[in-house]
Design a binder for this molecule. Structure first.
Ligand code: HEC
Ligand code: HEC
Ligand code: HEC
Ligand code: HEC
Length: 139
């Protein structure tokens, strides 16, 4: 678990049931995504991710725009409430079969959505250049 939770409530995060966890999570301000256990020494800086802002923005589409599980029987991605786990549980350092590598999973989610939002002129969007997400110290 490499997401450092910046709110005091994060401390009880792990002790809670899935439902309770999500309630607590809704109040989290900011995640710092830094999977150095998978990537080894990071080439780029850790990435700030305002999870709660995204939850608000996607309140209607819901959590499944970013979170998925894999249904082996149908061979398709599904979403089940309460089953939001860390991306690295399935996405590894290297691509495996049809499962993209962890880095591509993040970029394919974060950057692609921000780009599409800009393209579709669908209101405010997020960063799309390397340095906006992987900030230099002092930025
Ligand atoms: C919208 C945000 C976003 C943008 C834009 C972005 N990245 Fe990332 N990138 C991430 C996230 C999130 C991770 C996972 C970070 C982690 O776990 O340390 C990541 C991981 C990485 C990693 C693997 C971890 C490491 O530091 O070794 C590299 C390398 C990387 N990005 C390079 C780039 C480059 C180069 C660009 C520009 C072409 C870029 N990224 C643009 C969000 C972004
Ligand atoms: C814009 C994308 C996005 C949306 C929308 C979103 N999440 Fe997340 N969520 C993430 C990312 C990215 C992580 C960090 C996962 C990681 O680092 O592997 C995360 C982490 C989590 C975690 C911690 C998982 C763990 O064990 O590490 C939970 C729980 C969670 N989200 C629940 C939710 C719920 C519930 C909703 C909807 C109300 C939601 N998320 C909406 C992207 C999103
Ligand atoms: C339970 C396992 C599992 C977890 C957890 C998981 N993924 Fe995936 N993901 C997969 C599998 C399997 C595929 C390939 C599906 C296919 O192509 O049939 C995939 C495909 C993807 C793709 C490419 C296809 C698409 O939907 O655009 C992206 C991007 C992606 N995952 C991002 C993420 C992110 C970001 C997270 C964490 C918030 C995450 N995944 C968590 C299993 C998982
Ligand atoms: C499904 C689409 C979607 C995904 C996936 C997504 N974002 Fe965003 N992001 C948005 C939108 C829309 C906004 C603009 C929200 C607003 O300000 O109203 C945004 C805004 C942001 C901002 C700017 C926040 C601010 O305070 O202005 C950051 C930073 C960001 N995203 C990082 C990320 C990272 C890192 C990931 C991947 C872990 C990610 N986003 C995944 C849609 C997405």
């Amino acid at each position: 678990m490499r997401i450092k939770l910046f709110w005091i409530t994060g401390i009880c995060f792990f002790a809670l049931s899935a439902a309770g966890m999500n309630t607590v999570l809704a109040e989290e301000k900011l995640f710092i995504i830094s999977n150095d256990d998978v990537f080894g020494t990071l080439k780029r800086s850790a990435v700030e991710f305002p999870h709660n802002l995204h939850m608000e923005v996607f309140a209607e589409e819901e959590c499944g725009v970013c979170h998925h599980s894999y249904d082996e029987t149908s061979g398709s991605l599904t979403y089940e409430a309460g089953d939001e786990i860390s991306c690295k549980e399935c996405h590894a350092m290297e691509k495996k079969g049809n499962i993209p590598a962890l880095r591509e999973a993040y970029h394919g989610s974060c950057t692609v959505c921000h780009r599409n939002t800009i393209k579709e002129k669908a209101g405010k969007s997020g960063p799309t250049t390397c340095g906006e997400c992987h900030k230099k110290k002092g930025d």
